[in-house]
Design a protein around this ligand. Sequence first.
Ligand code: PEP
Ligand code: MG
Length: 345
Amino acid sequence: SDHLINEYKKKSVGLQKIFADLEKLAKYPNITADGVKINLAMNYGLDLDYEYIKPTHCDGIGLYRTEITFMSAEKMPDVESQERQYKKLFDALGNKKIIFRSLDVGSDKFLPYWGDIKEDNPAIGWRSIRITLDRRAILRKQIRAMLRAAADKELNVMFPMVSTVQEFIEAKETLMIEYEREKQRGNPTAKDVKVGIMIEVPSVLFQLDDLLQHVDFVSVGTNDLYQFVFACDRGNPRLSDRYDVLSAPFLKLMKRIVDQAGQYKVYCSVCGEMASNPLVAMALIGLGYRNLSVAGASYAKVKKMILSMREEDVSDYVKSLLKSQKNSIRPQLSAYAYDHSIAID
Ligand code: PEP
Ligand code: MG
């Protein structure tokens, strides 16, 4: 229909603008106006995301949502097809860091060939690492494909929805067994393996001291963390404006995570959608985050914000708002950004 054609035309114009912005920004490194280096990676999953890798000149992939290939296939992808998919990304990124997330299905992510699993509360049901620890063969095959694709490079694997230290230890053991097997078989395999978790489940916040001694890196999955912390369904439009990640309780929690990771010298990033919003990314940097992973389409906007902010000043301001009892400190942060010519649009 004409309506649909017009919608796509608008999208196409929007895309051209994004690519033009990225080109203009290409010569600048991701450094704030007062000289703080930010590692700005990209989230990857859809084939479309591939188009953003070159123009963004991103500092790696901070979250590879591997489940998207599984969701769009007609049957469970075998090791070879997964390996091809992962290799394509290694080839495109050279030696930049790629963080592969193990299969994260269940809840809102549905595998069409897996039958309909009915649960009363799927968001807190049998999903993600809970499935792959119970169906270990799926995890082992996926790890095998990653190890082979990584031949002679560093492989970073991240486990989603980890709720206990033991879950992480079991998942890591499975990975390490596969790694040793691949070496014994004489297959081309990763030069080194780093293992981490997503921080998405509040129980992890009470085990951080322990977990940070086991992991090589953590990445905060704020989409899920937000919904569990506020007990607020992330997909329910009735609730979409009710609470805010830009509020004192949530930002205090985010600060605690980055501070604690810093004490253990563990690489800590944010890969939830929150980081893709320039104003929120500004607050995160002010709280101490130096690693963000954002949607390709938001890369230019977040980069412009980074180039225009002064970390030291933003940090003082954000921290001064952490006592607020309001549902949101967004108005104050937006006003600050406008007053200080920080690009947040
Ligand atoms: C998250 O929960 O923040 C996240 C990045 O994972 P996903 O959105 O894929 O659940
Ligand atoms: Mg998640």
